[in-house]
Write a protein that binds this ligand. Structure first.
Ligand code: GLV
Length: 310
């Protein structure tokens, strides 16, 4: 019997995944939710959120794939120990994130928010132009997305730095590691990009204390997770001039309620969690590759370390 793989997401994406599996992995029995047949046969599941009784419903489940880059939506502690959880590490997501962050950084570096406001007042008012080399960008989180973003920022000539929990070495990037080096990283960062995973350690991390360690007039591009930001602290930092602009693709909750003051702040730009999306063509191939690795007993790409939570 062919091993059963279940895909649980919207039907249109599902059909694109089904095409790739049909072409490239005919040895796997691809089933689209809710037509999954006998749940006892399911060995692999790709989904954004896990059904509550996952362990009971799928007694033979071995691999659980997140259809997105993040895994904070899963209750990792509640997953049966036999199930390995895998993040989506695929070139389509990285590409979208590189576009979004590069756009935001260029927009901020070239003072576009100020020019948009000036245009509303019909004011012809040139500001001093800084080169990319004079603009320091710092990326919090050096996973696959942070690395892809930094490679593009380096190519554009930015003064680029990164911070992560454990030390990384990236070409052209000043890498900082651990809590010890966070303050030095923040002190040199004019445009801060958050690409951290949501964990207990990063929840509420973008707060007044952190903003105070950035140079005055710094900018924030938040593409991590909503609960990492303390919105009241952001609004106060913007009003006090400690921060100049904020670009937020994630909020807490999502969608952001109509009455939330973030919507109305003139120095906040909000997009509805669209920075980057999993691309079915590339993602299905990455998952097939991981199924092959699993069958050969090799290490999986994007395997979540349960103790770390990402
Ligand atoms: C989106 O935020 C994702 O995790 O892919």
């Amino acid at each position: 019997m062919r091993p059963v793989f279940v895909f649980k997401a919207d039907g249109q994406r599902g059909r694109q995944w089904a095409d790739v599996f049909g072409r490239e992995a005919p040895d796997i029995d691809f089933r689209l939710w809710p037509e999954i047949g006998e749940p006892q046969q399911v060995r692999y599941l790709a989904t954004w959120v896990a059904p509550a009784d996952l362990g009971m419903q799928f007694p033979k489940l071995e691999l659980l794939f997140s259809t997105g880059a993040g895994v904070d939506q899963f209750d990792v502690a509640a997953l049966p120990p036999r199930v390995s959880l895998v993040r989506m590490v695929e070139p389509g997501i990285a590409h979208g994130m590189v576009e979004y962050v590069t756009h935001a950084v260029l927009d901020l570096h070239r003072d576009m928010p100020a020019y948009r406001r000036a245009q509303q007042q019909r004011q012809w008012q040139p500001l001093p132009v800084r080169t990319a080399a004079e603009c320091s960008v710092g990326v919090l989180g050096l996973g696959s997305l942070g690395q892809a973003v930094l490679a593009q920022l380096v190519a554009l000539g930015y003064d680029a730095a990164g911070w992560s929990r454990s030390r990384r070495a990236l070409p052209g990037v000043r890498c900082h590691a651990s809590a010890d080096e966070l303050d030095a990283f923040l002190a040199r960062t004019q445009i801060l990009v958050c690409l951290l995973p949501l964990t207990d350690a990063t929840r509420g991390m973008l707060d007044a204390a952190l903003f105070a360690k950035l140079p005055r007039g710094a900018n924030l591009v938040h593409v991590g997770r909503g609960p990492q930001l303390v919105p009241g602290d952001l609004l106060r930092a913007l009003d006090a001039g400690q921060l100049a602009e904020a670009v937020l693709d994630v909020t807490d909750p999502e969608p952001l309620p109509e009455t939330d003051p973030l919507w109305r702040h003139p120095r906040v730009c909000i997009t509805p969690h669209i920075a980057s999306m999993t691309q079915p063509q590339t993602a299905a191939r990455v998952v097939i590759d991981n199924l092959r690795r699993h069958a050969r007993g090799e290490a999986l790409v994007g395997l979540v370390d349960r103790a770390r939570g990402y």
